[in-house]
Design a binder for this molecule. Structure first.
Ligand SMILES: [Mn+2]
Length: 394
């Protein structure tokens, strides 16, 4: 049996944090990107001849999607219907479900899990493999119940049993669960949703991450998972589908002798690898001290504009800046102490204790519970400590 696991598509989310001067051609790409990503998913499903496609919540960014976006989504589900590929869909905390908001019927190949109670269905693939799927949806923005407790144990009368779960290990607002609880059900696969960075909790328990990043923080991602199940065998493959990719790059100009070499060098560095994926870049230029009269063309935006004309519909540099070179402060403390401190603060309790003042607020509570947030903050702290201080030996 093989299927595609999609989560957190956020089909109607706009691309955030871009300057207003986006070239017309690229703006057109942006406006079509969400639909293109979904089309890529559908094309992949048909080409891979999968048995079904799972959407594990937050297919829409809003609980009240526009009519146009509803129609576009249904049209793509209809494509899967033509290929006789079923869709199993749960709703997450962003697109929490209320029937009356939908002005189009879901095609008949789409099986919805519509309530905040766990529902199980049994079906058969074309190859006569029998499978069960258990799942639930959000009907409110928050779902504090530990939904995992309501899942049945593995159905022993089917070849495979799958769980659909939109939730968060740490955050009590989003159907909290523990890894052991999921494992205790003995399912063959758990299709998770909610965390936008691809995250593997164990071989058979995965967040695919968002198939299309919408902010510069959602960089270097954009895939779905192709899952193949055979008796006692599981293969999970990432398949890239994003119409647009966000990337952060530091480019050294050490090899550019003078300004006359800069444009062609940068152009080369930004050359798109494929015509199928548009690129959104945040570029930092390093080692520029030897170039004269250089800074002005960065600050007045001329170099950025020029680069954005090279592949107007494929490459957009949304940020172009110079690397900050600061004089380092010499510290009498050792490198080992720095490592030790970082290790200490990577413990959840200690980290949260330091940020205890933020814990009262709804949004920050969510951040504090997110292990990727902790990792990001600590990585940033480590970078700052290295950039700003000269560490001693003892
Ligand atoms: Mn979510």
């Amino acid at each position: 049996m093989r299927f595609i696991h999609v989560a957190d598509l956020h089909f109607d989310r706009t691309f955030e944090g871009l300057s207003e001067e986006i070239p017309v051609d690229f703006l057109k790409k942006l406006n079509q990107a969400n639909e293109k990503t979904l089309k890529n998913i559908v094309t992949t499903a048909i080409a891979q001849q999968v048995d079904f496609v799972i959407f594990a919540g937050d297919t829409f960014h809003q609980m009240n999607p526009s009519l146009k976006n509803q129609q576009l989504l249904m049209a793509q589900f209809q494509q899967l219907a033509h290929a006789e590929i079923p869709v199993y869909l749960i709703f997450g905390n962003h697109d929490y479900y209320e029937e009356s908001r939908y002005w189009f019927s879901f095609p008949e190949n789409v099986v919805l899990f519509e309530t905040e109670t766990v529902k199980s269905i049994v079906a058969t693939t074309k190859n006569e493999e029998k499978y069960a799927i258990s799942g639930f949806s959000y009907c409110h923005q928050y779902l504090k119940a530990e939904m995992v407790k309501h899942f049945p144990v593995r159905n022993l009368e089917v070849d495979y049993h799958l769980g659909l779960y939109h939730g968060d290990i740490n955050d009590t607002n989003f159907a909290p669960f523990s890894l052991n609880e999921l494992k205790s059900k003995n399912y063959d696969y758990w299709a998770l949703g909610h965390i936008h960075q691809p995250t593997k909790l164990s071989d058979e328990i995965n967040y695919p991450g968002t198939p299309q990043g919408h902010t510069k923080k959602e960089r270097d991602l954009g895939n779905v998972l192709l899952v193949e199940l055979a008796k006692n065998e599981l293969t999970v493959t990432r398949i890239p589908v994003a119409a647009l990719r966000w990337q952060k790059k530091t480019i050294s100009l050490a090899d550019c002798e003078n300004n006359a070499a800069v444009v062609s060098y940068l152009t080369k560095q930004l050359t798109p690898l494929t015509e199928n994926t548009a690129m959104l870049y945040e570029i930092t230029l390093a080692n520029t001290a030897h170039l004269q009269n250089f800074t002005a063309m960065i600050t007045n935006g001329q170099l950025q504009d020029l680069l954005n004309q090279q592949w107007p519909d494929l490459v957009f540099v949304h940020t172009l800046k110079l690397e900050e070179v600061k004089e380092k402060i010499s510290l009498p403390a050792s490198e080992a102490l720095k490592t030790q401190l970082l290790q200490e603060f990577s413990h959840e309790e200690i980290f949260n204790e330091v940020l205890a003042e933020l814990a009262g607020n709804k949004n920050t509570t969510r951040l504090l519970a997110d292990p990727t947030f902790r990792q990001e903050v600590l990585a940033q702290v480590a970078e700052e400590l290295n950039q700003q201080f000269e560490w001693g030996q003892s």
